[in-house]
Design a protein around this ligand. Structure first.
Ligand code: GLU
Length: 267
């Protein structure tokens, strides 16, 4: 098991269902609680990169769009509106706790082009050296096809963890972690606290599980876990409902489902 408090650099991914109310509007109390904990982690000397969803939902809510965007153009427009709303709130809350945020919007082709990848890597490193908190989202307004789209922020967060050479990826979701069966239909379902290998049995278990809102179901989270653990980075899936649970990890306790890194030794 990694000693979380020994981590120097972490990537935290937070999903739409954690950041927004069922109305689609931003859940300010939750966001502020998250910002407070991340600020505290930063104060303790850990470099923090936040991968945040919520732009499309915030855009829809802000202009009272009235329905889920049905065309790519509508979704892209909502993301453009909501992304600035999201950053405004993060900037305000992180500033209250004395921290500076920086927005990075990603498309998938950045990672397949060596020059752009290296530029992004340098930008992350420079921002972290300058004690900023990079806040990353997919550049939804311009990503249209399989070359540019990640297909959700679970996968994006895995790419970001790799490019930042993070010590750990934390995936904050609206579920407690991976269960051995679907907890919504089986009251006896048990949380799996540790996964050493993402094998067919684990994939089959995850196939039935999904989250209520946002694009990331459990399969997307497993794909993200596979990407990072193969690169030597462990990952946790945990509930983002109570951001203070992150302190439990910091204090050496265990929360959620832990995926062991397979390439390098646990870091
Ligand atoms: N990038 C999308 C947004 O900010 C979220 C994608 C996802 O839910 O994974 O709305």
């Amino acid at each position: 098991m990694i000693l979380f408090r020994d981590s120097k650099r972490i990537v935290v991914k937070v999903g739409t269902s954690t950041l927004t109310h069922s109305t689609g509007h931003l859940n300010l109390r939750r966001i502020e609680a998250l910002v407070k904990v991340l600020s505290d982690m930063k104060n303790s000397g850990i470099q923090v990169v936040l991968v945040s969803s919520g732009a499309v939902s915030a855009g829809v809510a802000k202009i009272g769009f009235g329905h889920i965007p049905s065309t790519p153009e509508e979704k892209q427009a909502m993301a453009a509106i909501g992304q600035s709303e999201l950053m405004k709130i993060y900037d305000r809350f992180f500033s209250d706790y004395g921290h500076t945020v920086a927005q990075i919007l990603m498309t998938k082709d950045v990672f397949s082009n060596p020059d752009r990848r290296s530029a992004a890597e340098n930008t992350f490193n420079r921002l972290l050296q300058m004690h900023c908190i990079p806040i990353v989202n997919e550049n939804d307004s311009v990503s249209t096809d399989e070359l540019t789209k990640f297909g959700g922020n679970d996968i994006l967060s895995a790419y970001v963890a790799k490019i930042c050479d993070a010590d750990v990826l934390l995936n904050l979701s609206d579920v407690d972690g991976l269960y051995d069966s679907d907890p919504r239909s089986n009251p006896d379902a048990r949380l799996i606290d540790r996964i050493d290998e993402i094998n067919e049995e684990i994939v089959a278990i995850a196939g039935g599980a999904g989250t209520d809102r946002g694009t990331g179901g459990m399969i997307a989270k497993l794909n993200a876990a596979r990407l990072v653990t193969e690169a030597g980075i462990p990952m946790f899936i945990m509930n983002g409902h109570d951001p203070e649970l992150l302190y439990t990890l910091l204090d050496g306790g265990h929360v959620g489902t832990y995926f062991k890194a397979v390439k390098k030794q646990d870091k």
